[in-house]
Design a protein around this ligand. Structure first.
Ligand code: ADP
Length: 193
């Protein structure tokens, strides 16, 4: 099963991806996690991505496509995967189509989590304070300034990705304002249908 989770920053993609990972026993491929790992490991891609990420901007398509493509090639992704945070631009969606076609793979569903803009900043702030309370390190981009940039990148560049998949008959939408459990069951119903 190959699923894409779409939604604004803070919409709950990561949380729901983990649920799906457990339920269907397929890996969660989070482009944000991959990029943060590249930053941590100080790879050339990570070094150039860091400043952009910290400010909330989008990393260049070539960089992200390269990293995700490599991950999709890994043996554990053969039986399926949940993509979280990718594709974020129409060019990334086109690159993914090419990549999957070359491997004779197709997408099963693209699920968009819909959350009001007003609720998103509150969720990010909550994540930052919970991380602090548990002794963790808050993400450099989980602050109001970087969040504004992330949200505008989402509206300008990622919203067209939903349209891209809608036109291909793959897009399904879920009310992301509901509780984590309710969102999870709505997603499962769409997938199992
Ligand atoms: P969120 O969805 O909460 O904003 P992510 O962990 O998905 O967080 O992404 C964090 C940052 O990593 C983004 O703001 C962006 O800088 C970068 N990033 C992640 N995925 C992509 C992508 N597909 N294309 C470009 N940049 C990306």
């Amino acid at each position: 099963m190959r699923v894409i989770l779409l939604g604004a920053p803070g919409a709950g993609k990561g949380t729901q991806a983990l649920r799906l990972k457990e339920k269907y026993q397929i890996p969660q491929l989070s482009s944000g996690d991959m990029l943060r790992a590249a930053v941590e490991a100080r790879t050339p891609a990570g070094i150039s991505a860091k400043a952009i990420m910290d400010k909330g901007g989008l990393v260049p398509d070539e960089t992200v496509v390269g990293i995700v493509a490599e991950r999709i090639e890994a043996p554990d992704a053969e039986a399926g995967f949940i993509l979280d945070g990718f594709p974020r631009t129409v060019r990334q969606a086109q690159a993914l189509d090419k990549l999957l076609a070359a491997k004779n793979m197709a997408l099963d569903s693209v699920i968009e989590l819909e959350v009001d803009d007003a609720a998103l900043l509150g969720r990010i702030a909550k994540r930052a304070s919970e991380t602090l309370a548990s002794g963790g390190t808050v993400r450099a981009d989980d602050n109001p300034e970087a969040f504004e940039v992330r949200l505008s990148a989402y509206h300008a560049q990622t919203a067209p990705v939903s349209e891209y998949y809608r036109q291909r008959g793959l897009l399904k939408t879920v009310d992301g304002m509901a509780s984590v459990d309710d969102v999870a069951s709505a997603i499962e119903q769409l997938i199992d249908r």
